[in-house]
Design a binder for this molecule. Sequence first.
Ligand code: SF4
Ligand code: SF4
Length: 450
Amino acid sequence: MRTFRMGGVHPPENKLTAGCRILDVDLPREVTIAMSQHIGAPAICVVGKGDHVDRGAMVGKASGFVSANVFTPISGTVTGVGKIKNAYGMPVDSVTITATEEDHEKDAERPLWTSALRSSDDIAAMSAKDIVDIIGEAGIVGLGGASFPTRVKLSPPPGKHADILIVNGAECEPYLTNDHALMLEHPDEILAGVRLMMRGAGVDKAIIGIESNKMDAVRLLRGRLEGDKSVSVMELQMKYPQGGEKQLIQAATGREVPSGALPVDVGAIVQNVASAYAVYEAVVFGKPLVDRVVTVTGPSLSGRGNYRVPIGMSMAALIGIAGGIPGDSGKIILGGPMMGRTIVNVDAPTMKGVSGILILPREQSARGDVYPCIRCAGCVLACPMGLEPYRLSLLSAHSHWDSAEGEGIANCIECGCCSYSCPSSRPLLDYIRLGKNTVMAIRKSRSVQK
Ligand code: SF4
Ligand code: SF4
């Protein structure tokens, strides 16, 4: 069984929602759509207070090559345009849409995106550009968490060419099962989306990588691929962070993405299974990215499960549907426990990149007492990027930014394997993240000055 070569850890899986079918969340009466839900420039608001918008209407337009359109999942009136606090307490531009009873009933009576907008002949006649343009118009971004605009990834810069599409179905983060549920319930749609992305990117080979704890999904997808030699399903060893872009490319192809390089530099494009599903919906039904599957989970949560969530509904409302915040809660994390971050504002809206909401009880939330480094090298052995985390964290703690840059802090993928492995409970990732952000900001200001 394949995996990446260096580092990695084996945290407990805790896939408490494995086997939970996807439940459709009712359309809310109000949504707040953030203009920045992706890597790149924020979208520019194209509606004003008092405007009436229909379900699926664009409310923010991509403002550059690396940017993405944003849409409303409900009909209603624009009741707010301005800054709100996101889940981490940071101000972000947004649009709030409020539905009247009439709007709500109209949306319920007229379900959208249930019949095909384009016939299979129309789709077969499309050019690569046609497909990529539809993906861009629909505002699709990487749904594994990174939120990089899919259109951009499928359009390599001049002089670069990909020969393989790698589709991430690894879902190596503990607790999360949203991709697993999607693969089990929509295998044909995901495969159709994969083939569309292959045509868009001009590649004739794709590998879907899935960890071996999801053999039902491996078997199901393989069964649907009989006779198709261009797409294969690869069973991957369970090891975190198997779904990291560079780790997945190495596991699937043996190719190593050099420091500072992009996957396309080694001929690979990586997309997530949920993005493939969104591409299928956009091309066949003309559906913009207005909802996604989110795992809402936690040991004490009574209604944990995999929910199809209108993007922009409040996280508090979603958690309420899943049973409400348990009394023993210690922290709420967006994403999984390894790469996810603790939120400070539960009233913030869900966004395109939110794959999971994890509520941990107090006794699992507290950090251990921090002790001095015992030079055990556990963090070095665990790092999948070949870095020296104990050293990077010290350089960052002492603001030695030049040295931290020289030691490759920008290559950190923020996987958390170092902190997880440290017997002294040192907050390695916290310092490294601070150092990485500072070094990236310094690099940016250098390039502006040139
Ligand atoms: S968080 Fe960064 S430094 Fe720590 S193990 Fe992951 S890649 Fe290495
Ligand atoms: S794992 Fe912790 S104790 Fe061991 S070398 Fe790294 S920082 Fe030091």
